[in-house]
Design a binder for this molecule. Sequence first.
Ligand code: SF4
Length: 332
Amino acid sequence: MDSDTQEQAPLLEARGLQTHFFTRVGVVKAVNDVNFQVMPGETLGLVGESGSGKTITVMSILGLLPRGAERLKGEILFEGEDLAKKTEKEMQDVRGKRIGLILQNSMAAMDPVFTIGTQIGESLVVHKKMSWKESLQNAVDLLRKVRIGAPELRIKNFPHELSGGMRQRAASAAAIGPQPALLIADEPTTALDVTTQRQYLELLKELQAQTGVAIIFITHDMSIVGSLCDRIAVFYGGLVVETGPKDELFKNPTHPYTKALLGAIPVLGDKVDRLQSVEGEPPNPGQLPPGCPFAPRCSAAMDKCHTGDPPPQYQVSDVHGVRCWLMEEENA
Ligand code: SF4
């Protein structure tokens, strides 16, 4: 991040976000004290294993929590307003218009009974107050922008008539149509083959360069983060355990979990018998251990890691924070 970016106000800031599920068998602590910022025009990668709290965090931000889940604490400052204080009706004006969402499964995200053109056009009619005729012309332009050939014909297709990669690009066209300031992409490449995945990531970068949209990219794949993101927030046990600029985190990972994730990335040209993996299982958010949630898997764990509250955030540098007791030992 350059100094100009640092001086800007964040586009989005989550402060102390906490979301739990209240189930018949107990409380599932999905998100516990999550803090991060997204600057205008940048890409923030939310990275971590399944169940680490990434998706529930963004659903908390969007006010799209499933039944039984409740946002208990926290501020969500977006374009100077606290989304946590908005009513559902007010949030309908934010979702789609100011914050676009791209989901992992484009087939499930699109309505099978409406054409691609109708679905892209509808968001323009609703959020940009265009006429239907105008919105369909714009839908053609948007499909062209996401590199879908013969867009005049494609707008008449139904979602099942497109390939997976093409459908994901059409879903992205629908998301960027209303010109949001922030795009949230929740594992959008998981269902795509490697070549289509690479093309899609290039497309996202291109769209960002053209529109200036900021992106939150959720993934469990550190190599995607390496190629796409400006900054990273590493999730574990419903906490952001390390955050900072990508280059700094890749050069100086400080949390044992971040180190393990980076150790699992294959390096071109390196001959290894076996890639590193993070030993053990991620914690069940319904049964988080006391202390640091990573303690049962951490080879550096000390006695204090197994009791009390999780460690607070320590600063490695002005822009690099980590939640690990080792930082206290280091500073002592
Ligand atoms: Fe490991 Fe303790 Fe740091 Fe957690 S706080 S990552 S258990 S050393």
